[in-house]
Design a protein around this ligand. Sequence first.
Ligand SMILES: *Cc1c(COP(=O)(O)O)cnc(C)c1O
Length: 359
Amino acid sequence: MKYDISVTLTTTPKQKPQDESKLGFGKIFTDHMFLMDYNKDKGWYNARIVPFGPLPTHPASTVFHYGVEVFEGMKAYRAVDGSIRMFRPMENVKRLNQSAERLCLPAIDEEGCLDILNKIVELEKDWIPHSEGTSLYIRPFMYGNDPFLGVHAAANAVFAVICSPVGAYYAEGLNPVKIAIESEDVRAVRGGTGYAKCGGNYAASLRAGERAEKNGYTQVLWLDGVERKYIEEVGAMNVMFKIAGKIVTPALLGSVLPGITRKSCIELMRSWGYEVEERQISIDELLKAASDGTLEEAWGTGTAAVVSPIGKLFYEEVEYVLSDNKIGALTQRLYDNLTGIQWGKVEDNYGWSYIVCNG
Ligand SMILES: *Cc1c(COP(=O)(O)O)cnc(C)c1O
């Protein structure tokens, strides 16, 4: 079911960025955004594309007081054949609904949501940068919008989509990152909201992230919230290890975000003949493998970076150097294949590329 979308074009289009090497991440936004309202009696209504601008939101809205918000992160690519593509967008749509369900926000029709993404990307396609590695980052989000302070499931909500041209994540090649293992704060616990892509998880993670950054580390590797013993994920990325030839990645037990890049990497590696274990992996097992040399590669996976090699791990005052602080062969192969499929340089045998329009 498609939503009936009205379009109001801006009368004051902005100048598109001239220097694509300075785009960075999420700093500038396109000319339009998508908005749609929800009411429990009416369902979703008033689907509209309007000029980009502030949201007039009631000060008592539940999003401000109780953090009733979920989001998605995906990209539109300018492929080498000139077409505009997204990568497995239906996976994002489904995950949005799973996240919404956890926070008692309403579901969106899947076909309707994909159509919304299509329409906003097609309208904003001239904002997709042209340089190698650049893309249009798409941020769909939904929030509870009841204008009273009682705590309850959303009777009113808003679904919005904003778009931002973003630079190449690796301007200077795939440099390994330094990761600090966090043993104090936790991001999520089983039964909580860890598997949902919600703003609250990020609010909970900020303090450890700041601490790690102050000590010279890029991101935090989270341990489980109960025993602080099992590996969960890295910042906004899932994490994978190659130990003695086998791939190990934390199982999805409720506190880890089910990444689409994670899923795609697992599918690729299995098709290449690797054994991939989704299971609990303890910090002791990991550090032992790092010390005895069987930890061959470690990397994070996520839409923003695709894959991010981990060169150093820091835990309880000790720094462990992995793969000589260089990108490993399998990490590089994953990066080349995923980005190859995304930009249409490598044949897509999986049906992952979704063509929005011709450029
Ligand atoms: C979005 C996200 C990921 C990565 O998911 P992708 O679908 O691969 O982009 C991993 N962890 C967290 C906490 C996230 O929010």
